[in-house]
Design a protein around this ligand. Sequence first.
Ligand code: CUA
Length: 192
Amino acid sequence: MSREHPSSTAAHRAEAVAARVEKRWAYISVGLILLLIAVMIYSGLHSAAQPPSRVETIDPATLHLSGEFTENNLGTTLQPDGSAVVRVVAQIYSFTPQCILVPAQTPLTFRATSSDVVHGFLVYDTNINTMVEPGFVSTFRYQFDKPGDHLMPCHEFCGTGHEGMWARVKVIEKSEYMKLAAAGRGNSCVQR
Ligand code: CUA
C-alpha cells in the first residue's frame, strides 16, 4: 500500500550507476599498475635495467688525494680483457681530462664523478647522457664503431661558467691507440 517515492527510486538508480562506474575505473587503475609492474619485471630481466639503489658512493672532498680518481689515474686505462676504463672528473667549469682519447671498436666503461656540484655528461652523436653528481660514481658502457671527434658539453646548469664547460672525446683506430698506449701516450690527444 505504500509505494516508494519516485525521487527515491531515481536516487537508487543513480547510486547503482555510480557504483558501476567507480568499479570500472578501479579495475582500469589496478590494470595499469599491473601493466607497469610487468614492464618493470620484463625490462629488469631482458634489458638489465637496474633499480636506482645500485649506487656507488665516493667522498668528493678527497677525490684528488687518493683512490681511483687521482689525476694520474684519469683518462683511458686498458684492461687485461681487452676493454678499457675511462675515468673522468667534472668540476666547475671543466672536465679532467679535457680531451679523452679512446680506441674504436673497444668496449669502454666510463666512470665519472664530480668534485663539487652536479654536472652533465653528454657525448655528441652517441646515446651517452648522464648526470655527474658529487658523492656518486656514474658508470656507463659504450663502444665507438669508428674514429672521430665528439664534443662533450656539460648539460646540467652548474653555475655562471656552465656554458663554457666542454671537453672532447677523440676516437682513433684501435691499432693506432695500442701503439700510443705502448709508448705511454694513451691519454694525450695531441701529437698523434
Ligand atoms: Cu658543469 Cu654545467
